[in-house]
Design a protein around this ligand. Structure first.
Ligand SMILES: Nc1ncnc2c1ncn2[C@@H]1O[C@H](COP(=O)(O)OP(=O)(O)OP(=O)(O)O)[C@@H](O)[C@H]1O
Length: 251
């Protein structure tokens, strides 16, 4: 048997198809995410962005094709192995996921339940993300007392509390204004530079706040239309009508 590569891509999709209600929602999708990448997945409503992330997280199985997370083929994993892989991830899903009956601090500590840490280690982990996400003074508030931006920050803090290797965010910017989005992006960039965080975000609004060398994937109707830098996307879309039409937001 061949040994797995020493430094495999963190996520790989290989010729993935996904049929939903008889429709081909993902069509021959192949992509690869390397450690330290910051990858933005954009495209119109229904392009297949959320489906793609759900497959990466092992929440759905593809109709065909292979998905590898940290070098392991998800189709071959037991539930226990999948849970171990998930403990290396931070996830923010669309639509908000804070539990209303828990305080902000209790929400933040949810991912730590299965970790054998003492109170001081938990407090340290919480303090770090609370400071990073500027949530000081709010730890005993319930989610309903927070602004939308604070709730999004809290979800991100919860996703980062385990210091994950890979952060996957669906619709992180929903309801956030541009300065708030820039703040969040700079927090993620610092984690990328200081500890090699890899992150994947589906977020059309982020296109305006990422750097020219950051990586962008453009999807439409389940197909991957572009994989390159934001600067490359600007050049390519000047000559590619299909891409330009999507970026300008027309049907
Ligand atoms: N649970 C589901 N049942 C039926 N159809 C679904 C389901 N989930 C996704 N789809 C369909 O799959 C396609 C891709 O959906 P997906 O949610 O991945 O798109 P998206 O790019 O994330 O869109 P948005 O920007 O609106 O979130 C769409 O046509 C959608 O209607």
């Amino acid at each position: 048997m061949n040994a797995p590569p020493a430094n495999p891509p963190l996520v790989e999709l290989d010729q993935v198809f996904q049929h939903v209600n008889g429709r081909c929602a993902l069509n021959a999708l192949s992509l690869s995410v390397r450690r330290g990448d910051a990858l933005l997945l954009i495209g119109p409503n229904g392009a297949g962005k959320s489906l793609t992330l759900r497959l990466m997280l092992g929440l759905d199985q593809p109709s065909s094709g292979a998905i590898r997370l940290f070098g392991q083929d998800l189709a071959t994993l037991t539930d226990a192995q999948m849970n171990r892989l998930r403990s290396r991830l931070g996830v923010v899903l669309q639509g908000g996921s804070l539990l209303d009956e828990l305080t902000l601090l209790e929400n933040l500590l949810l991912p730590m339940r299965s970790r054998p840490l003492d109170r001081s280690a938990l407090a340290r982990a919480a303090r770090l993300v609370i400071t990073q996400l500027q949530l000081d003074g709010m730890t005993h508030h319930y989610p309903r007392a927070l602004s939308l931006g604070q709730r999004r920050s809290a979800e991100l803090a919860r996703a980062l509390i385990n210091q994950p290797e890979l952060l996957i965010c669906d619709g992180l910017s929903d309801g956030l204004d541009r300065p708030a989005l820039r703040d969040i992006l700079s927090i993620l960039q610092v984690q990328r530079e200081t500890r090699g965080l890899t992150f994947i975000a589906t977020d059309n609004a982020m296109l305006d706040v990422i750097g020219p060398e950051d990586r962008v994937l453009v999807m439409d109707r389940g197909r991957l239309l572009f994989d390159g830098t934001r600067a490359g996307l600007e050049n390519t879309s000047a000559e590619d009508l299909e891409l330009r039409t999507i970026l300008e937001g027309h049907p």
